[in-house]
Design a protein around this ligand. Structure first.
Ligand SMILES: Nc1ncnc2c1ncn2[C@@H]1O[C@H](COP(=O)(O)OP(=O)(O)O)[C@@H](O)[C@H]1O
Ligand SMILES: [Mg+2]
Length: 193
């Protein structure tokens, strides 16, 4: 059973905060905001309900893990030194990328840092165009020796429309495709790790 997940990428704009908030809400986990940009904290301020969002620092993650049973961590969009402290203390590192070349090019550096933590690591393909076949990207991930999450999250407007309202896609459109994908993702995580 996975009680703690770090959402990780050395690149900004890949969807870390979006996925972190979506998974925290779905699993009713405490959401640790370790990004100085405070995206999920701003999002949390627009909500009146769970998940609990705590703005903190990467070095505080081990202590906070002792105090909260279920945790999702949003990490900074840069490969900062003490990210390893946080990555080492979780059950699963979920690396986020899209299929765009700029993001694929940044992936080896992210994977290299993740590997130093010695924890189960999977790569989630996010913002995939609704018509794109993910298999070609899975091949690239295989060449990087990375474990690909078979569930992909596609580019869907529900994610950013929901964000404006302080919601997740699953709350905004519970029967929508975006909600379905996020639920599938959480189920895959729980069944696999
Ligand atoms: N699956 C998705 N579909 C549509 N838009 C998305 C998706 N994931 C992220 N976005 C959008 O992409 C942008 C960057 O996402 P964000 O979560 O802030 O990335 P990061 O935290 O990695 O910098 C935001 O505008 C967000 O709404
Ligand atoms: Mg972010």
């Amino acid at each position: 059973m996975v009680n703690s997940v770090a959402i990780f990428s050395g690149k900004g704009g890949v969807g870390k905060s979006t996925i972190a908030a979506a998974l925290a809400q779905l699993s009713d986990s405490t959401l640790l905001d370790c990004d100085p940009q405070l995206s999920v904290s701003d999002w949390g301020d627009r909500r009146g309900s769970s998940p609990l969002v705590i703005a903190t620092q990467l070095g505080r993650v081990p202590a906070l893990l002792q105090q909260h049973k279920k945790i999702v961590i949003d990490t900074p969009g840069a490969l900062v030194g003490n990210v390893i402290t946080a990555l080492q203390s979780v059950d699963l590192i979920l690396v986020i990328t899209s299929d765009r070349q700029l993001e694929i090019d940044a992936l080896p550096a992210t994977l290299q840092v993740a590997s130093q933590a010695n924890k189960p690591t999977a790569v989630l393909l996010n913002r995939l165009h609704p018509l794109t076949d993910p298999r070609s990207v899975f091949e690239i991930l295989q060449a990087f020796d990375a474990t690909a999450c078979p569930v992909v999250i596609r580019e869907r407007s529900a994610h950013y429309r929901a964000w404006t309202l302080g919601k997740t896609a699953a709350e905004y459109q519970p029967d929508g495709d975006a909600a379905h994908e996020v639920r599938q993702l959480w189920n895959w995580i729980q069944e696999t790790y």
